[in-house]
Design a protein around this ligand. Structure first.
Ligand code: SF4
Length: 422
């Protein structure tokens, strides 16, 4: 592989194309700052972001766009066709060498690669695949690779992408076809769902193939994820959560990422786009509550309809969604720690999934007290209103307004959620 000598030009590309990738939340935060200042030979070069695996391990990824040239004109995006911004593209060779160099210097453990749609979707996707293929085959790169699926990519290329990438993602971006038509007119929910379906079906076929033949290549072992922008369109949280529930159920999604809409100027100079809401800033609390509610769907066996209903379509900004649910269902409580089944324990605020498993395990040998419960990781500040220990109780779950006042504006500690994996 040829060596890249024009470091100045490359450095500029990294700055522009990593900056342009940072709005995609489907891995993690980009531009983590630190001592690197974007210069070579330092600790945190531009484009390196930190992500968390599902087991809580922190890893760093090079998160960049192949190109920020885009034919599409999505209102919320800094790279849209109508934006007045500097346009640059990598070559496959540049990206491969950059990734390998960063990897060898221990800056990164993997690559997150997306792109603007600078040509027909298959041509763009082929570039992303060529990068991943060259990394694996020619450079012997064994690190993590996350590839974005370009909307409209054909099934054959999606199949190939999954042979080189650990994870694939097609961003749904907005919760309804109507909002897509208004804000991302060249995108269609049907096309995006079709890509998700291809990933799901190929994954299932691959699992069958590998049962018969252990040496068969693995297809996207880390599954697929997607991103939803929150606050750019008018849908309520109920609509968003209901879509997330369907994405987990129908497509076996590993993660739905929520990205608070960041108001960006229409032409790169800060002028507002009339299609977008005039928000004072990104709705970060809403994003946070959606992540908590999403956690309830994935690990606490809640359905979207239980978390929000027609009478309350938005998550409470002042209360984590599990506590909000408990306060609406006080007749469900208190539950007894020494008798309640696992599913019931999961419903108690202040008791996380790990703590619930520990409770089940430990009480086979002995009865639990509040002290043991606290040592196991339960947050008694929350749990005290909702649980008893062999009949003993610390407080009474009889006054929703009082409990609400006492638990408002806390950060949902009982859920213990890491916000990102990759
Ligand atoms: S397709 Fe839309 S979201 Fe993606 S880079 Fe182009 S303008 Fe941005």
């Amino acid at each position: 592989m040829s060596s890249i000598t024009d470091f100045g030009a490359l450095q500029e590309k990294i700055a522009v194309l990593a900056g342009a990738a940072k709005y995609d939340a489907s891995c993690a935060t980009s531009g983590s700052g630190g001592r690197g200042g974007g210069r070579f030979g330092q600790c945190l070069p531009a484009g390196v972001c930190h992500s968390w695996t599902e087991d809580g391990r922190c890893v760093s990824l090079l998160k960049v766009l192949f190109s920020n040239v885009c034919r599409f004109d999505c209102a919320y995006c800094v790279n849209r066709a109508s934006a007045d911004t500097r346009r640059l593209s990598f070559s496959v060779e540049e990206l491969v060498e950059l990734t390998v160099q960063f990897y060898r210097r221990n800056y990164i453990e993997g690559l997150f690669l997306s792109s603007g749609i600078f040509a027909d979707p298959d041509i763009v996707m082929e570039k992303l695949i060529a990068t991943a293929r060259a990394l694996r085959r020619e450079a012997g790169f064994a690190g993590y690779i996350h590839l974005k699926i370009i909307p409209g990519t054909g099934e054959k290329l999606i199949r190939e992408a999954g042979l080189w990438a650990d994870r694939l993602s097609a961003n749904i971006e907005l919760p309804t076809e109507k909002s897509l038509a208004a804000l991302a007119p060249q995108k269609s929910g049907k096309v995006i769902f079709s890509a998700m379906r291809d990933v799901r079906d190929t994954s299932a076929e691959n699992a069958e193939d590998r049962k018969r033949l252990r040496s068969a290549p693995v297809f996207a072992p880390a599954g697929q994820s997607t991103q939803l922008i929150v606050g750019a369109s008018s849908e309520d949280d109920r609509r968003i959560l209901s879509l997330s529930g369907a994405l987990y159920r129908r497509f076996g999604m590993r993660r739905v990422y929520y990205s608070a809409f960041i108001p960006v100027g229409v032409n790169g100079r800060g002028l507002p786009d009339p299609r977008l809401p005039d928000l004072p800033g990104p709705p970060l609390v809403r994003e946070h509550r959606l992540y908590q509610a999403d956690w309830l769907l994935r690990f606490y066996h809640f359905s979207p309809e239980e978390v929000l209903d027609e009478s309350s379509p938005f998550l409470d900004p002042h209360l984590d969604p599990k506590t909000a649910w408990a306060l609406k269902h006080l007749d469900f409580f208190p539950i007894d720690i020494n008798r309640a089944p696992y599913e019931t324990l999961l419903r108690a605020p202040g008791i996380g999934a790990k703590t619930a498993r520990r409770i089940i395990e430990t009480r086979r040998r002995r009865a639990l007290s509040f002290d043991t419960l606290r040592r196991m990781g339960a947050v008694l500040k929350r749990a005290r209103y909702f649980v008893t220990c062999s009949g003993a109780r610390l407080d009474h779950p009889d006054d929703a307004a009082r409990i609400r006042r006492l638990l408002s504006d806390s950060d949902g500690a009982g859920l213990q959620l890491p916000l990102f994996d990759f």
